[in-house]
Ligand binder design. Structure first.
Ligand SMILES: [Zn+2]
Length: 742
């Protein structure tokens, strides 16, 4: 007689904190779901397990509105009847930094232990049921957090032919991965009638075929935002009885299932999981909202590479700004949730994501300024110093404010107008008296400029010049301010002082030691020159093609060609329309001089393109026409061997994808891109699946390299090797600047 096949039913819910509904809307739904769950846990001892989605945020979100049930929920977390963690939120792995993933795990595991009141309370499973593909180093991240198991769905390649496989990171660390062949809802809403339950189970077994064999079956009883299924304990017993010895069905925790899952003879996979073969990967999330990608990258940079190293290296330990950083990181980790950062969401959700990034960055910016003041206070003397928050020695341009009017050798004068210092922000009615006292106490003032600021405020620039003689007659300016205040009493007024005896200049510093500092003494460097559509600094030269709007770097031409094609897809997937129109050249180009050098020089390429306005759904073709203005700044700095490119687009068209193409010095079949704690090499081919066409667009973190060209960037643009020639490979790399789908 054969033994019955074990079926482990794991009751759970998958809780996207925010997505097509706002956070607060979904949280009120979460309160209903967890209220009902706690009621049933109290009433029915046979309800032995519930998986709260592997993310502790759901617990905190609930308890904020239901503090009266905290003791009850904590008791279930302590006993393990309710499992949560190890994550704080279930992250997207490609759209946030490796450090953010580490903080997400740390926060989740610490908070799970705190709530449960015992060590090791977080679920010891790297549960990633819905994430849009998985980074190469995830096995290493999980193993270093003490986790031996991963649970994944999207991105698993066709080569994996079991529900379990060994997943290895580039460093060689492997974890056992449980593959959910049809996702995390294969046991959601099971029929209440045993024979119907069995029919559904048999249909699933037939669907997944050899993937499961006679291994224990994992039935994930729950899905997106679903309440727990009532009456489950007696139902599974009835199903076992009705199966006539074929199945042994029971409630289980995910950890219990994995403890009994096979480990011998499993397939092996090394590196990232980005295949469309078995489930929709949704790769277009990398390019749907470049503004969110840029906000994420900027905030990660200030926290990870500036503030934390600065304070760790230079500030006394007792001053470590731990609480402020915790607030910033909590915002980062909340944003890391896959349906938050992916930005395939309600507009209000994307606004909330931006707001969290802004707050985290504001904390970072403020701590950076405070930290630099601490360094300054600790250093004797008045010399300005450059501080390096990275481990390697480096140099570059720094902006300094110093006395005097003219540039000295090795400097570039920045602002023709003197630098401004804000003294007061106040309503117009209060301004005349304050202005009068400032003019009284702050000689030598030699003029007051009234300036209408862009934000609607009135700015008063008090001009000071230590060389001026005589006393400035204050009365006319005060009278003028009084009459302006009478006309607009609520207008915001900013009183600023402009020190005409100071100037902002650029200087180049060299060899600032890693985690160290050096005086800002101008370093000798060959100047950069700008003339006649050409920039040169002795190390690199840039020349603009004024017809094509492209540029050459050291004679390698055609770089930065903008190519616009149609996109009939959505925020998750790019999809070319049936009848596409590809625009790959401008209607008009104007090249003008930006900065002149000698340390920083730039050319500005203003181009006008004529693009179809949208994709007509009925005919799947691009229709209409609009002008699109694109401004590209090419900047070369003294002492640098690369060109900096900044492209600004005010998008006016729908349903399209705008990419910058870079012809490669040599054709290639591979690209290498930065990823979380790894460089990942990808080829030209990707797997397709029954419901998604694989596309060879990939994310890169900070850099991508192909065919002798390296592009570094902030934000996370997707790239693709394009213009593939039979026999030789790709001849260009395309970088997505924006994808706009309606
Ligand atoms: Zn999800």
């Amino acid at each position: 007689m054969t033994r019955p096949q074990r079926v482990n039913v794991v009751p759970h819910t998958h809780w996207d904190r925010e997505w097509y509904r706002t956070f607060q809307d979904l949280r009120l739904a979460l309160v209903e779901v967890l209220d009902a769950l706690l009621d049933d846990l109290a009433a029915d001892p046979a309800l032995t397990h519930f998986l709260l989605d592997g993310q502790v945020a759901a617990v905190d979100d609930y308890l904020e509105l239901r503090p009266e049930r905290e003791a009850e929920l904590r008791a279930h977390l302590r006993s393990g009847r309710v499992a949560t963690g190890p994550w704080y939120t279930l992250p997207d792995e490609f759209l946030v930094s490796g450090e953010t993933l580490v903080r997400d795990l740390e926060l989740g595991m610490d908070r799970a232990e705190e709530l449960a009141g015992r060590e090791g309370a977080a679920m010891a499973v790297g549960y990633l049921p819905d994430t849009f593909g998985h980074i190469a180093q995830m096995p290493q991240l999980l193993a270093r957090a003490g986790l031996d198991h991963a649970v994944v769905w999207r991105g698993v390649p066709g080569a994996v032919d079991r529900t379990g496989f060994w997943w290895e990171a580039p460093d060689g660390t492997a974890v056992r991965a449980e593959y959910l062949p049809t996702g995390y809802g294969n046991g959601a809403r099971m029929p209440d009638e045993p024979s119907a339950f069995l029919a559904r189970l048999d249909a699933w077994i037939e669907l997944v075929g050899d993937l499961v064999r006679d291994d224990p079956i994992l039935l994930m009883n729950g899905t997106d935002h679903l309440p727990h299924q009532r009456g489950l304990p007696p139902l599974v017993d009835a199903v076992t009885a009705a199966s006539a010895g074929r199945f042994d069905v029971g409630l289980s925790s995910l950890q219990e299932h994995l403890a009994g899952a096979p480990t011998d003879g499993l397939p092996h996979w090394r590196g990232e999981l980005r295949s469309s073969a078995r489930a929709n990967l949704l790769p277009g999330v990398t390019s749907n909202r470049v503004d969110v990608r840029q906000a994420a990258a900027r905030t990660e940079r200030v926290l990870e590479q500036e503030v934390e190293p600065l304070w760790a290296a230079f500030a006394p330990a007792g001053l470590w700004p731990g609480r402020a950083l915790d607030v910033a990181w909590k915002a980062m980790v909340r944003n890391a949730a896959h349906d938050s950062v992916c930005a395939c969401s309600h507009d209000e959700v994307v606004d909330a994501v931006h707001h969290r990034y802004a707050e985290a960055r504001q904390i970072g910016d403020a701590l950076l300024a405070q930290g630099l003041r601490l360094v300054g206070a600790a250093l004797a003397g008045d010399d300005q110093v450059a501080v390096n928050t990275l481990p390697r020695a480096r140099g570059g341009l720094v902006r300094v404010s110093r006395p005097g009017h003219r540039p000295e050798p090795g400097e570039q004068l920045l602002a023709a107008t003197p630098p401004l210092t804000l003294l007061h922000t106040l309503p117009a009615t209060a301004a005349p008296a304050v202005l009068e006292s400032e003019l009284d106490v702050r000689p030598p003032i030699h003029g007051v400029a009234f300036v209408d600021a862009d934000d609607g405020a009135l700015e008063l620039h008090l001009q000071t010049d230590r060389t001026a003689r005589g006393r400035f007659p204050a009365r006319p300016s005060v009278d003028r301010m009084r009459s302006l205040a009478d006309a607009a009493p609520h207008r915001v007024v900013r009183i600023q002082v402009a020190d005409a005896a100071r100037r902002d200049v650029l200087r180049r510093v060299d060899g600032v030691p890693g985690y160290g500092w050096a005086p800002v003494a101008p370093a000798p460097v060959a100047p950069v020159t700008a003339a006649d559509r050409r920039l040169a600094n002795g190390l690199a030269s840039v020349e603009v093609d004024a017809e094509a709007g492209t540029f050459a770097l050291d004679g390698h031409a055609g770089l930065g060609r903008l190519v616009d094609d149609g996109d009939a897809g959505d925020t998750y997937n790019h999809c070319p329309p049936d009848r596409d129109v590809v625009v790959d050249g401008p209607e008009a180009v104007v090249v003008r001089m930006g900065e002149p050098g000698p340390l920083r020089a730039s050319l500005v390429v203003d181009a006008r393109y004529r693009l179809p306005e949208r994709v007509d759904d009925a005919t799947s073709s691009r229709v209409g026409g609009r002008d699109l203005a694109v401004s590209t700044v090419l900047e070369l700095r003294a002492g640098e061997q690369f060109v900096r490119v900044t492209t600004t687009v005010d998008n006016v068209c729908e349903d399209h994808r705008l990419r910058a193409w870079f012809p490669l010095p040599q054709p290639t079949r591979t690209s290498a891109a930065g990823c979380a704690f790894a460089t990942v090499t990808r080829g030209l081919d990707v797997e397709s699946g029954p419901t998604e066409t694989g596309v060879a667009t990939f994310p890169s973190r900070r850099f991508v390299q192909a065919g002798g060209l390296t592009i570094t960037h902030e934000g996370l643009p997707e790239h693709e090797l394009v213009d593939i020639q039979p026999g030789s490979g790709a001849t260009a790399l395309a970088l997505t600047l924006l994808r706009a789908t309606a």
